[in-house]
Design a protein around this ligand. Structure first.
Ligand SMILES: [Zn+2]
Length: 319
């Protein structure tokens, strides 16, 4: 098979138009106003945002895929509005390289702000692309930069141990990365989540704030409260279907077939639980959330394992 032969690759359901965002420019980015002096940037896969203030620009995340286009987008907006294009502050949503890996492009004088766990993890990871944030907080911190208010809050581990909510109450906006991908299903294992109970709870924490615009960090468009509610329902459906599958799938034949190869039996059984749990969810959300048919099984596997391991569901003590 040649490297350009696609005939053996699987087909998937079409992406609903509602999942897609605006077209990118020649340099491969799109920048636009969210509200007032808050702007967002996308390269179609990743998102970042920035506030132009009288004290300089406050950048919210620096994904490496957007990279040098971050400063180009800032320059474009700053020159159109006659304001400073100097990035003076960078807020980290969490420590992951795919959202922070362009941090070192910004000047050594930039003030980096994030959760104390973000600093600890960045010191551990020791990646020159992601200088650790000098400024930290534990649960809540309100920033006033150039007269603009930014509320930072940590509600516990979810996608990562250090993932925070960035609320801009005067811009009707909430930024929460790697939880809800507006219009799309989560990618592998619930958006590569470390703490599933925290991940499932996160949309309710977000919805408890007052906001209209949602910055989720991924894909090509902003989100709404309805996007967050739809994602919440999708995850609830996966949880409910997983419990049913745990209750109904019988593992006996896998242990009969594989004998002393315990891991082969476990794999056969848990793969069947996952497939049985995912099937009705894939059917319900195909055409509603893009790539529901691509990643729902992977997400369901991880949710089902959390139901077994975190919640103890279906677990029995030997008599
Ligand atoms: Zn992440």
């Amino acid at each position: 098979m040649s490297t350009t032969d696609t005939s053996a690759l699987p087909d998937y359901a079409p992406v609903p138009r509602s999942a897609l965002g605006p077209a990118l420019n020649e340099q491969g980015y799109y920048v636009s106003r969210v509200e007032r002096n808050l702007y967002w940037i996308t390269d179609g896969t990743y998102q970042s945002a920035f506030l132009t203030t009288s004290d300089g620009v406050v950048l919210l995340d620096a994904p490496p895929t957007i990279g040098h286009n971050i400063q180009r987008a800032v320059d474009e907006i700053a020159s159109a509005n006659g304001v400073s294009n100097k990035v003076t502050h960078l807020i980290y949503s969490h420590h992951h390289a795919d959202h922070a890996g362009a941090s070192s492009l910004f000047d050594k004088n930039v003030t980096r702000i994030g959760h104390e766990e973000t600093r600890r993890l960045l010191l551990r990871d020791d990646d020159p692309a992601r200088p650790p944030n000098e400024e930290t907080f534990q649960d809540h911190r309100t920033l006033e930069i150039g007269g603009e208010r930014i509320d930072l809050a940590w509600h516990g581990a979810n996608h990562s141990p250090d993932n925070i909510i960035i609320h801009l109450p005067d811009h009707n906006t909430l930024m929460l990365i790697d939880i809800v991908n507006p219009g799309w299903a989560p990618v592998y294992v619930s958006n590569l989540t470390e703490d599933i109970p925290g991940y499932i709870e996160a949309p309710a924490n977000a919805l408890a704030y007052s906001w209209k615009h949602f910055i989720g960090g991924h894909l090509g468009r902003l989100g709404t409260r309805d996007d967050v509610t739809l994602h919440q329902q999708y995850m609830a459906d996966i949880s409910e279907s997983s419990r049913k599958a745990i209750d109904t799938v019988d593992p006996t034949r896998y242990f009969v077939k594989y004998g002393e190869n315990m891991w082969a039996a476990v794999k056969g059984y848990l793969d069947e639980v996952t497939a049985v749990a995912a099937a009705p969810v894939i059917e319900k959300y195909t055409g509603v959330l893009a790539a529901a048919d691509v990643f729902t099984e992977s997400t369901t596997f991880w949710v089902m394992e959390s139901i077994r391991l975190d919640l103890g569901y279906g677990s029995q003590v030997h008599p």
